[in-house]
Design a protein around this ligand. Structure first.
Ligand SMILES: *Cc1c(COP(=O)(O)O)cnc(C)c1O
Length: 377
């Protein structure tokens, strides 16, 4: 069986974990965490990067930083992972679901203004498959209405919009290092603060509401409880693993992009024959090879495709079940009008395997996909 995903290990993780062990500093914010912060700040240009336990945790920190109150509204796509909405619902805020664009499956910027009410506080964009939303338009809308912008950039490390790294265009950016992402630490994430505005309070929220980070820098002579917060910082063992991945980040991205390009080339003929639609990357975006998906003609054909691929020993999966019609989405959120594109595309999308080492199996995967697609005709 060729699995849908296989986490990639660079081979240096255990050596760096052994170093962390030898350092004797196991809690957070030791030398490996600092190294990861420096890497992220250099890579993205964010004023402050802070490792977290997950992208979910970084989204929760964002909701705390925005001081959201019950009844406040946050505009977001329905076609996303649950954490995008859940992080805000935890504060009592209401996720307001807006439809996505047909080309990128990202938030449809032309529908955002119609969803704004006097309670709207923020827009949370999701860069699906590591491909950017139309950020200039979204940032202009946010500025016009005094809204904060949070980027769920869980899938988007190394991707850019008009040359700018994703996760640093909005006020706050959230990355994931979950084992299904490009750069991993099992579970893991980071919060990016674009400028100094949220940086100091983010440190406090991440350290249980204390000014401990300032204390360690010698800026205060004792540390104390100064705000609300929680424990959002991972241990040095996680940071050591992640540091090994970061060191290999450029090669990982290159190899993923080569796999992505191979799929894209292969799918050209099938697209011309009307059997599928390929992903679309807008001209002003570069992506990171996070995901290759196909849009099949119908839900029935997608179900059959996944079954045929499985029969050939290749794992493929569908993706998000829209949040606006999920049990919790109905309870905690609301849809802004109808979401026909979300309902349509989410039922037809299938994700192909894409992982480091898949290179040697690609002929087999593509032969299985050729066969499965012809069986659908
Ligand atoms: C993976 C993912 C998350 C969650 O990331 P965790 O690190 O597992 O919390 C959130 N949003 C999107 C869009 C994701 O792809």
């Amino acid at each position: 069986m060729i699995p849908f995903n296989r986490p990639y290990m660079t081979g240096r993780e255990l050596q760096l974990i052994a170093e962390a062990h030898a350092n004797g500093h196991l809690s957070g914010d030791g030398p490996f965490t600092k190294r990861c912060h420096a890497w992220l700040e250099a890579q993205t240009g964010a004023a402050r990067a802070l490792l977290t336990h997950s992208c979910t945790a970084a989204l929760e920190m964002s909701a705390l930083l925005l001081d959201l109150e019950p009844g406040d509204e946050v505009i977001m796509p329905s076609y996303t992972f649950v954490s995008t909405a859940n992080a805000f619902a935890l504060r009592g805020a209401v996720p307001v679901f807006v439809d996505v664009r047909r080309d990128t499956l990202n938030l449809d910027e032309s529908l955002v203004e119609a969803a704004i009410t006097p309670r709207t506080r923020a827009i949370c964009v999701v860069h699906y498959a590591g491909v950017s939303c139309e950020m200039d338009t979204l940032l202009a809308i946010a500025a016009r209405h005094g809204l904060a912008v949070v980027e769920d950039a869980a899938q988007a490390i190394f991707s850019t919009y008009k040359g700018r790294p994703l996760g640093t265009l909005g006020d706050l950016g959230c990355l994931s290092f979950h084992e299904t992402k490009n750069i991993i630490s099992g579970e893991g994430g980071a919060l990016l603060c674009r400028d100094a505005h949220y940086a100091e309070r983010a440190e406090v929220i991440r350290e249980k509401g204390t000014n401990r980070s300032k204390f360690f820098r010698g800026q205060v002579d004792k540390y104390t409880w100064v705000d609300i917060g929680s424990s959002y910082l991972p241990s040095e063992l996680i940071a050591a693993f992640l540091a090994a991945q970061m060191d290999a980040g450029t090669q990982i991205t290159q190899r993923r992009l080569a796999l992505w390009d191979r799929y894209h080339e292969w799918a050209t003929g099938h697209e011309a024959a009307g059997r599928l639609r390929r992903p679309i990357v807008p001209a002003d975006c570069t992506h990171n090879g996070h995901m290759y998906y196909l849009l099949l003609p119908s839900l029935e054909k997608r179900t059959a495709f996944i079954q045929h691929m499985n029969d050939s020993g290749v794992g493929t999966v569908f993706h998000y079940i829209p949040l606006h019609s999920s049990p919790a989405g109905l309870r905690f959120g609301r849809a802004s009008g109808e979401l026909p594109v979300t309902d349509d595309l989410s039922a037809r999308l299938v994700r192909m395997p894409l992982w480091m080492g898949l290179e040697e199996h690609m002929d087999e995967v593509l032969a299985a996909a050729d066969k499965a697609l012809l069986l659908l005709d």
